[in-house]
Design a protein around this ligand. Sequence first.
Ligand SMILES: Cc1cc2nc3c(=O)[nH]c(=O)nc-3n(C[C@H](O)[C@H](O)[C@H](O)COP(=O)(O)OP(=O)(O)OC[C@H]3O[C@@H](n4cnc5c(N)ncnc54)[C@H](O)[C@@H]3O)c2cc1C
Length: 486
Amino acid sequence: MTSASEQVVVIGAGVAGLAAASQLAAHGLGVTVLEARPTIGGCCGTTDLGGYRLNDGAQFIMLPQLVGLVLEHLGIDPARLPLHRARTPLQTVLAGGTQVHLHADRRVEVLAGRIDAGKAQAEIERMLLRWQPLLKVLAGDDWLLKPIHPLDAARRMGPHLPLFTRSLQSELEGLFSDPALRGVMAGHLLFAGAPARRFPAPSILALVSVLADGLFVPEGGMGSLPQVLAGSVRARGGTITPGAPVDRIIRKPGGGFSVHTESGGPLDCRWVISTASPYTSLGRLLQEARLPLSWQHRLARPRLSMKVLSVQLGLRGAVGTLSHLNHHLPSPESMESYFAPEPGAVDWVYASVPSLVAPGLAPAGSSVVELYPAIPQAEPTEAWTAYRREHLAEAAIEWLRAREPFEVVVRRVRSPQDFESELGLSGGGIYGVDPSAGFTALFPQRTPIEGLYLAGQSCFPGFGVPMAAISGIRAANLILKERARG
Ligand SMILES: Cc1cc2nc3c(=O)[nH]c(=O)nc-3n(C[C@H](O)[C@H](O)[C@H](O)COP(=O)(O)OP(=O)(O)OC[C@H]3O[C@@H](n4cnc5c(N)ncnc54)[C@H](O)[C@@H]3O)c2cc1C
């Protein structure tokens, strides 16, 4: 058995915690992953219900090259995670009648409205030409995984710095001449949770990567990635304990920690990586430790990402009018109303059909549909009573029924309050720290408490399945470096 001086406790078995644990176990450290929920995967997990497999959070993988990078870095054969590319189009319907499909081969199809398809196609190609080189720099190498020398960063990023000077809004205005097409493009970026004027121009890379590299769902669903990572942790001698919510991290005199769970006895270790929200990790779990004022201020004023109401349906039969990802949005001029819709009304909806990409998620010939009606963002999670949640879910189901005949076989509804209590998402913010607050709002892996590291979507490089996994590997690499120093 590894001595306590070589032990690491990882809090949370999402992709960040499991990637960290795999990396540490590969280097011979004793690793115990403690997970509050009865299952692993966190926001990248899945739940089986009545023959349907529902996503617990993430619905698709963007930037597949980064998933490849993570697996390669961890020494995991990528063949263990076959990915299905979404071939079906992205669909956008704007108030006022515009309806556009963006196909996986980058083709624009205008089904309704006055957008000139030829011109739109040329403008999309121009966007790709302008932004793909930066995407290659950011996602095409392993620099996110290790500290980079400032001179090297300057050499790589220097030629692209002019792209950073404007907002996403003005970038979209410069690229797309037709306001309706601009609305379609902005609509595909609303998933980040704020209007385009609040993001810097490089946020457009999320759209560029979808068109250039595609959207993917792993064979067996999103939960296959944490399963593959967990397999590597166990194969390397690490332990994963679900159903073990950590309630205290106590610093021991002389160094190291004692990590307490609600159910089992304390675990002694030299290092802790917490992938629970930093607000939970440092604000609630860590005991008897004084943080510098700058950290106290930061923890006291959380800037959190968007909240959602999720209505997941297992339907008998196939859906005909929906594509893989579907946005039903306000007109381009009033796009911001997406974030402050009429309470109780279902006017704007994001709907996805994961079973179109991975048919195995539903019984043969059936479908899984996820509905995300736009909800007011400026509300505390407590505003989401069960009555309100069910009322809006019914309205969302009626919204879909007006477009499709269907029979519901299984149904799961989660409000921001449920995301907070079930997945530990502080304030219900589904991506942790607000992405529009920029990289500097993200937490570093290293905390002011020696031996305590943070990882997960609120830490650099940020939210999204591959990014969260990378943050875990970064935390593990810092521990490996510290261990090498003795
Ligand atoms: C609704 C939704 C949709 C999303 N859509 C996408 C998408 O399509 N594509 C994409 O790339 N990303 C998407 N994301 C974001 C993505 O899922 C996350 O960025 C990523 O999965 C975060 O991984 P993580 O390991 O950092 O955190 P988590 O997955 O949150 O893992 C943290 C784990 O820690 C556990 N935990 C918390 N507190 C404790 C404690 N006290 N003791 C023990 N365990 C604890 C939690 O139970 C959880 O399992 C989505 C997220 C949500 C919620």
